[in-house]
Design a protein around this ligand. Structure first.
Ligand code: ACM
Length: 272
């Protein structure tokens, strides 16, 4: 049976302290055995920006920045994969991004498709296609925080063959963790939500984050969950065969009965 042990890291980064945040995140990760470790959204920079200048100063090149260097070093030393959120600078634009890193370095970048609140002032919306990546025996899709509210993202990744969703987050809505159980159930995939804790109060506003990072199985059961405030890493063995078995009952499958010809409104463009 193909199995991947996956973990989340939950904690509270300090705004603007990339080196310190990366060191703390990796120290928490060092306490768990897992083939893939997921850290929260914008882990290296912090979340509440107050100016475009700050965004520019704290954004990184995906291949050569502080997050890429720290995670590549850890992935090589520990022989495993990492996913973490970071502010990305690319050709004069800024993105709320996540990188997948392995022993050979940065393997993939995902740019958040659905920006939340003031993120829209600071970042460009994601412009890269959704992709599924090999992580050891698993196929992993990435989404970031508020993307949870758009079930199309998880569904598209599952239809592309994802066994597991890696979900770096800075969640603010109290019901997001429960909704992610539904994303898992309706797609029969594992989902690892790595959320941050605490409150960030800066000139740009005050935001409180909900913690409760979790790993959910393809039946929507919570296999591991952190508290609201703790700084912690937790790991779970994911039996990938469960995610690949899309049969619900003897004669009924999850994806085969879909009727996409009736779903055209989903791809018909923008609405309110
Ligand atoms: C969020 O998308 N960080 C709420």
């Amino acid at each position: 049976m193909p199995t991947l042990r996956v973990a989340f890291v939950q904690g509270r980064p300090r705004f603007g302290r990339a080196a310190e945040n990366l060191e703390r995140g990796l120290a928490l990760a060092a306490g768990v055995e897992a083939g893939l470790v997921v850290l929260p959204e914008l882990w290296s920079s912090g979340y509440v920006f107050s100016s475009h200048r700050e965004v520019a100063e704290l954004s990184e090149d995906a291949a050569t920045g502080a997050t890429a260097r720290a995670l590549t070093g850890a992935a090589r030393r520990e022989g495993r994969y990492y996913v973490a959120g970071f502010a990305e600078r690319h050709r004069g634009r800024f993105y709320n991004s996540a990188m997948l890193v392995g022993r050979s370095g940065v393997r993939a970048v995902y740019r958040k498709l659905h920006l939340f609140e003031r993120e829209q002032d600071w970042f460009s919306p994601g412009d890269l296609p959704l992709e599924v990546h090999r992580v050891g025996p698993a196929r992993v899709g990435l989404l970031i925080c508020f993307d949870w509210r758009f079930p199309e993202v998880a569904r598209a990744l599952a239809l592309m063959g994802a066994d597991l969703l890696a979900h770096p987050s800075n969640l603010v809505f109290a019901n997001a963790q429960e909704a992610m159980r539904t994303r898992s159930l309706e797609n029969r995939v594992f989902a690892v939500t790595a959320n941050r804790t605490g409150e960030e109060a800066r000139q740009g506003g005050k935001v409180r984050f909900t913690g409760r990072s979790q790993i959910v199985d393809p039946d929507g059961h919570v296999a591991a969950r952190a508290g609201v405030r703790e700084a912690v890493a937790r790991a779970v063995d994911c039996d990938l065969a469960l995610a690949r078995d899309k049969r619900l009952t003897r004669r009924t499958y999850l994806f085969r009965p879909r009727r996409p010809e009736f779903y055209r409104a989903l791809t018909a463009g923008r609405s309110r």
